[in-house]
Design a protein around this ligand. Structure first.
Ligand code: SAM
Ligand code: SF4
Length: 374
């Protein structure tokens, strides 16, 4: 399945719930999100059915996320259903890991292919500060449970924030003795939780991956460790947009995911479905298309149409493919406007786009120019 920009879309990401057992300061307010009414959330069978239709259109990989996907009742059954869907080659999950000690074996048996566990710090107090209600040991136990259950690869997602002053070398070293794939993700200062309303973190808290790579190598040298080198045979499956490195003879890898400092929109191959059945072409786009009504009417053709429209691939759909961050940057900076949108762009349209993406574009362009002055 191709989208309006000619990208092959094979990856569907489904949010199973907006609820969570943590309240990470960069993700949710203390009181949690205002939960969607029960009947607005897609039922497990409805989620399985969307996957079926998407698989017919060429989706091969599905990632379950949230909120916290493991707090959703019926998640093991959903994994089984999806894993058994013709055309689906793998089902993965992003989780905070807390419920993995209870559920990892069942998930593995149900057909979950791989698991990403989010962990931003190895300091118990900082962990409590970030998650507001979690204990570091819970997530560490979750990682252990995932390894014991035989998941391969097990990836650790660590959001990097300058103000947090995390111990990046200790994190990277997790990849040496265990087959763990540590991925550092640039913090995205977006939404209600950033800046004044929440963490107080802003664009200066984004650590561009190139800078982080140098920090880790400097600290490794000071600790008498060799430098990271591009990953070879250990590069994990489902590598997505990360770039992977490894310490010599390590069992795992160290990856860098750079949503802000590096253009990977052209490599993006995913479509997103929210817990209430909205289809989103891009994480940075507010544009969404409702699949729930069609699903509930049993109208598969209409669901299919919603998926295709979201991709801008439907000839009857509108011609304005929602922009992602870096495309928007190109636009705002006056490059490729016509090619990106497929129509002439006037000043008012550029102003509207500039306003919508102001905060992210500002931080991203600043960083890109610092990292890559050319
Ligand atoms: N609850 C699950 C978890 O924490 O893994 C899945 C959902 S969570 C929203 C998915 C991922 O998004 C986590 O790895 C989290 O750290 C990351 N994330 C949330 N807000 C972010 C932000 N502002 N910048 C970068 N990553 C963020
Ligand atoms: Fe958000 Fe995941 Fe943290 Fe829950 S565990 S608050 S969904 S980042």
């Amino acid at each position: 399945m191709k989208d309006g920009l000619g990208r092959t879309i094979e990856y569907l990401r489904i949010s199973l719930t907006d609820r969570c057992n943590f309240r990470c300061i960069y993700c949710m307010p203390e009181e949690g999100v205002c939960s969607l009414p029960h009947d607005e959330i897609l039922r497990i069978e409805e989620m399985a059915h969307v996957v079926c239709i998407a698989a017919d259109l060429g989706i091969k990989s599905v990632r379950l996320t949230g909120g916290e996907p493991l707090v959703r009742k019926g998640v093991v059954d959903l994994v089984r259903e999806i894993a058994n869907t013709p055309g689906i080659e793998n089902v993965s999950m992003t989780t905070n890991g807390v419920l993995l000690p209870k559920m990892a074996d069942d998930l593995k048996r149900a057909g979950l292919s791989r698991v990403n566990i989010s962990l931003d710090t190895l300091d118990p107090d900082q962990f409590k500060y970030i998650t507001r209600r979690g204990e570091l040991q819970q997530t560490l136990d979750g990682i252990e449970a995932a390894l014991q259950a035989g998941f391969d690869p097990v990836k650790i997602n660590a959001v990097t924030v300058r103000s947090l002053n995390q111990d990046f070398l200790e994190f990277a070293k997790l990849s040496i003795d265990r087959p763990l794939h540590v991925r550092f993700i640039e913090y995205m200062p977006v939404g209600d939780t950033s800046v004044d309303a929440g963490t107080g973190w802003g664009k200066e808290d984004v650590i561009p991956s190139e800078e982080l790579f140098d920090i880790i190598n400097e600290r490794a040298a000071a600790a008498g460790l060799p430098a990271l080198r591009p990953a070879g045979a250990t590069k994990p499956l489902g590598w997505g947009p990360a770039r992977y490195f490894e310490f010599p003879d390590a069992l795992g890898t160290v990856g860098f995911i750079s949503p802000l400092s590096r253009h990977f929109c052209s490599e993006c191959n995913r479509l997103r479905v929210t817990a209430d059945g909205k289809v989103r072409p891009c994480l940075f786009s507010d544009t969404e298309y409702d699949a729930r009504a069609a699903l509930r009417e049993g109208d598969d053709a209409a669901v299919r149409d919603v998926l295709l429209t979201a991709l801008g691939a439907n000839p009857s759909g509108h011609g304005h493919q929602p922009l992602d961050l870096l495309d928007a940057q190109d636009l705002v900076m006056g490059h490729r406007a016509h090619a990106l949108l497929g129509h002439a762009v006037d000043a008012a349209e550029i102003a509207a786009i500039r306003q919508r993406y102001a905060q992210i574009i500002d931080s991203a362009t600043m960083r890109i120019f610092q990292v890559n002055p050319s």
